[in-house]
Design a protein around this ligand. Structure first.
Ligand code: DGL
Length: 272
């Protein structure tokens, strides 16, 4: 039996930790009437180091939790989980709700930029090993060269609150100076944690080319899909609830940075 979905139901968003907050905050900005349920799987962070099977297992449990919370759409606000688990989450949701990943909107965006011939991608080991960006971009245009670099220290550094300081600057600089990233026409930040260091990256490249992150582009995609499906919440002040699988002080700090000091945050065991 097809479930009836209505606009007042929340949007479910998940990531391994704070990274998806960059997407959640962009969604809040362009869709302030929407209720949001966010799940940060801090117990299993970092996803970038985990096997594909583990990520699929975590993603399905989280999708089940978000569906139990009555979400009308699920946003996989994590590149690693989008690369490994988008298909299984979609299958699990059985077309009852929309499932949105963070990779396709970026691939569609760069495909509109005909002048981009050599595209740089940085992300977790899991995302880069999956080759998902290269495969999807090449499906659109075979002539585009995609050069990828795994930058595994960045997400843990950001998750711990290390950004905009000398330590983060040195680590970012050391990755970005790799010869592979020379002569690129744009750089895709293929990890939802990286918008938090976008300013530092921009300072290094000094506006030589576009630095693309998923937050706004994905938020627009969510808006378009909800509009098409007539599921936009209109007369409501958006309420936001955050769940994490393991308490970390840095999650609370980051969520407050994006959503204000009085956030509703609970620890939730969804693995039983
Ligand atoms: N934010 C996640 C992503 O976009 C990665 C962080 C992690 O390794 O858990 O891939």
């Amino acid at each position: 039996m097809k479930q009836i979905i209505n606009p007042s139901q929340p949007i479910g968003i998940f990531d391994s930790g704070i990274g998806g907050l960059t997407v959640a905050s962009a969604i809040k900005k362009i869709l302030p009437n929407e209720n949001i349920v966010y799940f940060g799987d801090t117990a299993h962070f970092p996803y970038g180091e985990k096997s594909e099977d583990s990520i699929k297992f975590y993603a399905i449990k989280i999708a089940r939790f978000l569906l139990q919370k009555n979400c009308k759409a699920i946003v996989i606000a994590c590149n690693t989980a989008s690369a490994h688990a988008y298909n299984v989450v979609k299958e699990f949701a059985e077309n009852k709700v929309e499932v949105i990943n963070v990779i396709d909107p970026i691939v569609n965006y760069v495909s509109t930029k005909k002048e981009y011939k050599r595209i740089g991608v940085i992300g977790t080991k899991g995302t880069i090993k999956s080759n998902v960006y290269e495969n999807k971009i090449k499906q659109i245009s075979k002539n585009i060269e995609v050069v990828s670099l795994a930058t595994p220290l960045l997400a843990p550094m950001i998750e711990e609150g290390f950004f905009n300081n000398n330590i983060s600057k040195t680590i970012i600089q050391s990755y970005l100076s790799k010869p592979r990233l020379k002569k690129i026409d744009c750089l895709i930040l293929a990890c939802t944690h990286y918008p938090l260091i976008k300013k530092e990256i921009t300072d290094i490249y000094k506006k030589q080319f576009e630095i693309i992150d998923s937050a706004e582009i994905v938020a627009l995609q969510v808006k378009n899909i909800l509009t098409q499906k007539k599921l936009l919440n209109k007369n409501n002040v958006g309420k936001h609830h955050f769940y994490i699988s393991d308490y970390t002080p840095s999650f609370g700090n980051s969520a407050s940075m994006f959503f204000g000091s009085k956030i509703s945050l609970s620890e939730q065991n969804i693995w039983i």
